[in-house]
Design a protein. Structure first.
Length: 422
């Protein structure tokens, strides 16, 4: 029996590719808009990022280019030995603001769609897939801390704003309640896994502790009703002549996946010794009987029984502080964002901006510098504008450095917000 050497890492890399787009698509508590009128808000954000996989590597996989040793070695130099993170987010929301008639209370209703995909892996798994296991013969290779998670859900939300107006400041609180529709969930993790290749290549051994959860796979299209739940939103906003302060908690809630779902835990030791074939033109069917689908399922895949289970949805906490300078011509914003129930690192961002007034309109041009989330360091550019107090837009990308230096950086995507008064 020969050493098992994978010639192609295509499927693994394709999986990584799907994991490499932060999220702002919530209803805005904003300093630029009067909440005393009807307006429609459309927000969409796409982010792909990674702590280790560069844009050049992912692009080469996607385009089917040859993965040279130099490219492998360059990518390896960015990988952490024990923990590497890649993430994808695509979030879209549409909200309608409804002004109230009393007590300065306004209302909103809206729809949100969320898509999350995460992958964590160590450097050994990357080497095993791209180089094969020949170099690991006679060694135990730790592959633990692996996670693959793909979550898709939609929400219907409604809530209120209450505003207090002083001589020099505005304060506003927000509360919202949402219904969550669970479209699909696939979660596979290996908290513990050790792979061993016999020195003489006579057998392979995998000792692992496996956890798996998935929703019903018969229908996972957009809007499929495979689970349901609720969520809560809350926020606080303060603004005076020189300062803007905001706290926000979004999507504190859960989804109860239905009775056709699977959840599975197993601690197992798999030993593969291969099988002998005397004549490749005469293969007894009994030789392969032990490799039937039922055997594979019993060893390391899904449980046959189905049952509902409950999972928390990704919850975000945001803190923002903006300070104006030089008669509000310049500003600097500090931003902190953290997702809970994801493998998301705290995201820190600083955004200097130039404000250019023009009669009843204005334009803001800004740069941002961030670290964390699903990636490392990134910097970007953006522009926002108000046109005649009736139309607002904000367009940005945090990954300019990744486009300019794809061999040394990671990150793709952008954010757009359009708001129109009615």
């Amino acid at each position: 029996m020969r050493i098992h050497k994978y010639q192609y890492g295509f499927y693994f890399c394709l999986l990584l590719l799907g994991n490499i787009y932060n999220a702002y698509p919530q209803f805005p508590i904003t300093e630029d808009i009067s909440h005393q009128e009807y307006f429609l808000s459309l927000n969409s954000q796409l982010d792909v990022n990674s702590t280790g996989l560069t844009n050049h590597f992912v692009s080469s996989i996607y385009k089917g280019k040859y993965i040279s040793d130099n490219l492998k070695k360059n990518t390896e130099s960015f990988l952490n030995t024990n923990y590497n993170l890649s993430g994808y987010q695509f979030n879209t929301s549409v909200f309608l603001n409804i002004p109230g008639n009393k007590y300065d209370i306004n209302y909103f209703i809206g729809f949100e769609n969320h898509n999350f995909l995460e992958l964590t892996f160590n450097k050994y798994l990357f080497q095993l897939v791209l180089y094969g296991n020949k170099d690991f013969a006679g060694k135990y290779v730790p592959l633990g801390n692996f996670l693959y998670k793909n979550l898709n859900f939609q929400q219907l939300k409604a809530g209120f704003y209450k505003t207090w107006r002083g001589q020099d400041a505005i304060q506003r609180i927000m509360g919202g309640l949402g219904y969550c529709n669970g479209q699909s969930l696939m979660q596979f993790s290996l908290p513990k896994a050790n792979f061993f290749t016999h020195p003489n290549a006579e057998e392979l051994t995998l000792d692992m502790y496996l956890e798996m959860k998935r929703s019903d796979t018969l229908d996972s299209r957009f809007g499929a009703e495979n689970g349901s739940g609720i969520c809560l939103d809350a926020g606080y906003f303060y603004q005076d002549k020189s300062n803007v302060f905001e706290l926000r908690l979004n999507n504190f809630g859960f989804i109860r996946w239905n009775r056709k779902s699977h959840s599975y835990i197993k601690d197992t030791l798999i030993n593969f010794e291969g099988f002998e074939i005397q004549n490749i033109f005469i293969i007894d069917s009994s030789t392969l009987a032990g490799l039937g689908i039922d055997t594979i399922l019993n060893e390391y895949a899904y449980a046959k029984a189905t049952a509902p289970f409950t999972e928390m949805i990704p919850m975000s906490f945001n803190f923002t502080y903006k300070r104006y300078f030089l008669r509000n011509l310049l500003s600097v914003t500090l931003h902190y964002n953290q997702y809970f129930f994801l493998r998301y690192s705290p995201l820190f961002k600083i955004t200097p901006a130039v404000h250019l007034p023009c009669k009843s309109s204005y334009v803001v041009v800004y740069a941002d510098f961030q670290y964390g989330g699903h990636g490392r360091f990134n910097c970007g550019l953006g522009v926002s504008a108000r046109i005649n107090k009736g139309f607002y837009f904000d367009v940005r990308s945090s990954y300019v450095n990744s486009y300019l230096s794809p061999k040394n950086s990671a990150g793709l995507g952008g954010y757009i917000s359009l708001i129109k008064t009615l």
